[in-house]
Design a protein around this ligand. Structure first.
Ligand code: ADP
Ligand code: ZN
Ligand code: ZN
Length: 750
């Protein structure tokens, strides 16, 4: 290979271009693979960046170019399909590439930790010994030397081998990949990775068999599959069978799940089924644990990588399959911080770039996914029946206008709870609002508690004696009287804590568990709450979205949905979809034993067409009705939606930026496209009035007045406008440093 004149290095900064560096002084002729970490000088600092390619020349004056200080990896930490994915993401989400790359690597690696654990000890596997006896590996003398060295000792530390043979780290990894040596962490002994299933699983039913056969027939190429089956229809069993096939080919599988804490059953089933070590990645890990899990996956030690959304960037040796379980789940969307993305959509792109199949599983697929399936982009595999003998639950509505209500609980609901408790059943109460009450109101002057930081309303947390902002996290003491007029204040509306309190009063002596983000603060809290329900000790479970996921409660025979109306009349265009998913998911948790379940939905609008179609035709019918509405209103997936956000110290500065962006976003006259600026005027008006949360904004959850949404029916157009806004030379720097971001929700894989 020719000497590279320059290396392009991407740094973790809000800038949209790589930096040029001269080759390292000590070994200038050595090629550096894209995806390799390097240490470089940057001003007075030394930073760690990632090489993305070579260049023959630079715009920078030659005397200003400086050499790379150190190459940190013998083998790239980001392989070519991963780099392709990250470049795609930077482009699609209009986010600086350096920050995208940084998001894909654990913090410890960004700080310079070695990609392979040096304290690792290696042992030769039986297969490795057999191979060595046959004179293998013939064409890799360094690997052979290392293999023999490992064989002649009971175990060898990577550090010792590195001292004996230059470049040994790459040889170790190559041997590990072939299964000829296995890592033995210091202090604990681990069996060599065995990939054969330890348990066989069930004989698949006809539909499961068809699903496994379809995906299994094209394991070596990209294909997107929607595995559409109700809870308990055997989706997990399908994943397990496919993973077994992939492991048998010596490849690895990546499994994405919404929340590990809520799905211990799934992790358990993978552990039980396969002897192969599992790397588990989720947000609850310490930096050290995350690094360890990453290293296991990178070294090919773990052949199954299971994790939450950011695991979409996890390394995987010879990736063979991606599974996204509960693909509709909102937690796959990273909507905080700098780099925002949909892990489900990125997983599809990763599968495409890696040439492997992806299975998206759900009982209630996202509308985008259903749309992609009907457009033929995804192949739909249906599991229409429950494997376990269970009847579908009965759904009914309770009209809140004609029934008496106590703290939001209607009399028919109270009667039903009593009836199910008497029949030894358990009850699940779902309310999507944590805290005690959503507002504190003065009955004399009409004052309500607003957040001083963001103008959202503050939620009452009675037990803690605090007012908390669920929007920005602000926290204030609960006032005893109105700060404006001194009169009495009272909590208005319902939160999970208030419902729990009311239920305790209505059903004295009946043990109640609450499950929401306030109730579970540390590791193990969720498990403890679930355990109280599973053991039958607790009889009523009150909770938010959390209760709709993962766990099955065969003894739960009644589910009460406290309020469907938030979902029907929200300004967020996705709210009805989420409402239906919640109802169906929560209903699916109930009555899985031999008892039929009953689901009661409280609403003031029992004749609403969407509720009617949900009751009459189930989720699929509901989705068809709602998709027609979306098409008529030109919402995604029938259009593209982009948000241009800005946060600045003063409202005026943000306003100025958004106004300028709006000017740039006017549709180019030559383009045949319809482009609308949504609520920009309204949001900006709100913003000038003190950055209030705009209740008119279509952004999921509102936009706090700091965003502008652009909608277009022409996919290229949205890209064009926000590129224009953000990439114009005089705007670029400012946009970058302000952290303006754009995102276009919608289907990838164009
Ligand atoms: P899902 O992931 O769709 O909720 P699971 O794969 O968890 O469904 O299956 C539901 C239950 O049925 C589990 O207890 C599972 O062990 C069992 N099961 C799955 N497939 C079969 C089968 N082919 N035969 C018998 N039981 C099965
Ligand atoms: Zn008052
Ligand atoms: Zn706030």
């Amino acid at each position: 290979m020719n000497r590279a004149a320059l290396w392009r290095v991407v740094l973790d900064m809000p800038l949209r271009r790589p930096f040029d560096y001269l080759p390292p002084k000590d070994d200038p002729g050595k090629p550096i693979m894209p995806g390799t970490r390097v240490r470089v000088p940057f001003g007075r600092q030394r930073l760690i960046g990632v090489v993305v390619g070579a260049a023959a020349s630079s715009d920078i004056a030659p005397e200003r170019l400086r050499p790379i200080l150190e190459v940190l990896d013998a083998e790239p930490v980001l392989d070519p399909p991963m780099l392709a994915l990250l470049n795609w993401a930077a482009d699609y989400y209009h986010h600086p590439i350096g920050e995208v790359l940084a998001a894909a690597l654990p913090k410890a690696l960004r700080l310079g930790a070695a990609a392979a654990a040096l304290s690792t000890r290696w042992v030769a596997s039986p297969a490795g010994r057999a191979a060595a006896a046959d004179g293998e590996p013939r064409r890799a003398p360094q690997q052979r030397r290392v293999l023999l060295q490992v064989m002649h000792n009971e175990s060898c530390s990577a550090r010792d081998i590195a001292a004996l043979f230059p470049g040994a780290r790459a040889a170790l990894r190559a041997l590990a990949r072939r299964g000829w040596i296995a890592a033995l962490e210091e202090g604990r002994t681990r069996p060599a990775p065995r990939t054969a299933p330890t348990a066989q699983g069930f004989a698949l039913n006809e539909e499961q068999h068809a699903a496994v056969a379809t995906v299994g027939a094209s394991l070596q190429q990209f294909g997107a599959y929607l595995l559409h089956g109700i809870t308990g229809s055997g989706k997990t069993e399908v994943y397990l069978h496919l993973v077994a096939r992939v492991l048998a080919q010596g490849r690895s599988a990546l499994i994405l799940v919404p929340e590990i804490g809520l799905t211990p059953q799934l992790v358990g089933r993978f552990r039980e089924r396969f002897a192969a070590p599992l790397a588990v990645l989720h947000s609850g890990l310490t930096d050290r644990e995350r690094l360890d899990a990453w290293r296991e996956a990178f070294a090919g030690d773990a052949r199954i990588v299971l994790g939450t959304r950011s695991a979409v960037f996890a390394p995987a040796h010879a990736l063979g399959l991606i599974v996204v379980d509960e693909e509709h789940d909102a937690s796959f969307k990273q909507h905080e911080g700098g780099f925002r993305y949909s892990a489900r959509d990125l997983a599809v792109v990763r599968a495409q770039r890696s040439g492997v199949p992806i299975v998206l599983g759900s009982a209630t697929p996202a509308f985008e996914t259903l749309f992609n399936a009907s457009a033929g982009r995804y192949q739909r595999l249906a599991l229409p029946r429950r494997t376990a003998q269970a009847q579908a639950p009965h759904l009914g509505l309770i009209d809140l206008r004609v029934n008496a209500v106590q703290a939001g609980i209607s009399t028919p609901a109270i009667d039903a709870i009593q009836r199910h408790l008497n029949a030894a059943g358990q009850v699940l109460i779902f309310l999507n609002r944590r805290g005690y009450a959503p507002t504190l109101l003065c009955t004399a002057c009409g004052w309500t508690a607003a957040c001083a930081q963001c103008d959202a309303r503050l939620t009452v947390h009675q037990a803690a004696g605090r007012l908390r902002c669920h929007h920005c996290g602000a926290d204030a003491p609960l006032p005893a009287s109105c700060p404006q007029c001194g009169f009495a204040v009272r909590p208005v509306g319902q939160g999970t804590q208030r419902i729990e309190e009311k239920l305790a009063e209505l059903f004295p002596g009946v043990p109640i568990v609450r499950l929401d983000r306030d109730a579970v603060r540390k590791r193990g809290d969720i498990e403890a709450a679930m355990q109280r329900m599973a053991s039958g000790e607790a009889r009523i479970l009150v909770g938010t979205q959390m209760v709709t996921k993962g766990h099955d409660f065969p003894n739960v025979t009644l589910v009460v949905v406290m309020n469907a109306d938030q979902g029907l009349f929200s300004t967020d265009f996705r709210a009805p979809e989420r409402l239906a998913q919640t109802i169906v998911q929560v209903a699916g948790r109930a009555g899985r034993g031999d008892r039929p379940g009953e689901v009661l939905i409280q609403t003031e609008f029992p004749d609403h067409p969407l509720l009617r179609s949900l009751l009459a035709d189930g989720y699929d019918g509901f989705a068809r009705t709602a998709l027609v509405e979306r098409e008529q209103a030109a919402w995604p997936p029938f259009s593209r939606l982009a948000a241009v956000r800005d946060s600045a110290k003063s409202a005026a500065a943000a306003l100025e930026f958004l106004t300028a962006a709006r000017e740039l976003a006017r549709p180019p006259p030559t383009r045949n496209c319809s482009l609308k600026l949504l609520t920009a005027a309204r949001c900006i008006a709100f913003l000038t009035a003190g950055s209030a949360r705009s209740s008119n904004c279509p952004a999921p959850g509102g936009c706090a007045g700091r965003s502008m949404w652009i909608r277009s029916n022409y996919s290229e157009c949205a890209a064009l406008v926000d590129c224009a806004a953000l990439h114009r030379p005089d705007n670029r720097r400012e946009a970058a440093t302000r952290g303006a971001s754009a995102q276009r929700p919608g289907a990838p894989g164009r």
